[in-house]
Write a protein that binds this ligand. Structure first.
Ligand code: DGI
Ligand code: FE
Ligand code: FE
Ligand code: FE
Length: 187
């Protein structure tokens, strides 16, 4: 699928601001793939569709999680986490993309997980550091991304956990698993 076709499919599912974020994530992911390697067409499609389910109705997403083979423990955590796994399912069902190399970065882009593969890392990092983001510490992540992909992903996990703790939010186990696994890789 060409970039323009993929963008035209995703655009009606997103707000204007979220669509612009999606385009920036895509360009950022392509820059990272240019530096660190990775199939450009695969990275591009994963990035374009990463937030496909972001604005799905919460009860619709709950129902997909209950009735489809998705992790049930998601229901115990913030609904913001649901759009990754539900997005991967709907991109397969509705868009017809079956390539797991495209679907898995969509599935894991919010939490990360232990043992992220290369493309999962590229989308996870690009989503966090695209030029429209203004998180505290994002410039340090952008600098790290020029040197060491795993270290930059580790910073993303760490910053996200720190942010969630500061908000007294529950933290999904895979969010911790991503942090622990990247910490081990860097030791
Ligand atoms: O969809 P985006 O806004 O582009 O970005 P995202 O999919 O990374 O979602 C970001 C939100 O998800 C952000 O506010 C942090 C939150 N998040 C990530 N991991 C966890 C989490 N929220 C909870 N409650 N628990 C987590 O483990
Ligand atoms: Fe997202
Ligand atoms: Fe993210
Ligand atoms: Fe995003």
């Amino acid at each position: 699928m060409e970039r323009s076709e993929a963008l035209a499919i995703v655009e009606p599912h997103l707000t204007k601001a979220r669509f612009e974020h999606t385009v920036r994530v895509t360009d950022t992911a392509l820059e990272l793939a240019d530096k660190y390697g990775g199939n450009l067409k695969t990275v591009e499609l994963a990035a374009i569709f990463h937030d496909y389910a972001k604005y799905r109705d919460r009860e619709e997403m709950r129902s997909w999680i209950i009735h489809e083979p998705l992790p049930k423990d998601l229901l115990e955590y913030h609904h913001e986490l649901w759009h990754g796994p539900v997005g991967a399912l709907l991109v397969e069902r509705e868009v017809g993309i079956q390539d797991n190399d495209v679907l898995s970065p969509i599935r894991w882009h919010t939490t990360g997980k232990a043992g992220m593969n290369h493309l999962e890392k590229l989308v996870f990092l690009a989503d966090y550091m695209e030029p429209g983001r203004a998180f505290p510490g994002v410039d340090d992540v952008r600098r790290a991304a020029k040197e060491n992909l795993d270290y930059a992903c580790w910073m993303v996990s760490k910053n996200t956990i720190r942010y969630l703790v500061s908000k007294n939010q529950r933290i999904y186990p895979d969010t911790f698993h991503a942090y622990n696994d990247l910490t081990k890789m860097l030791e």
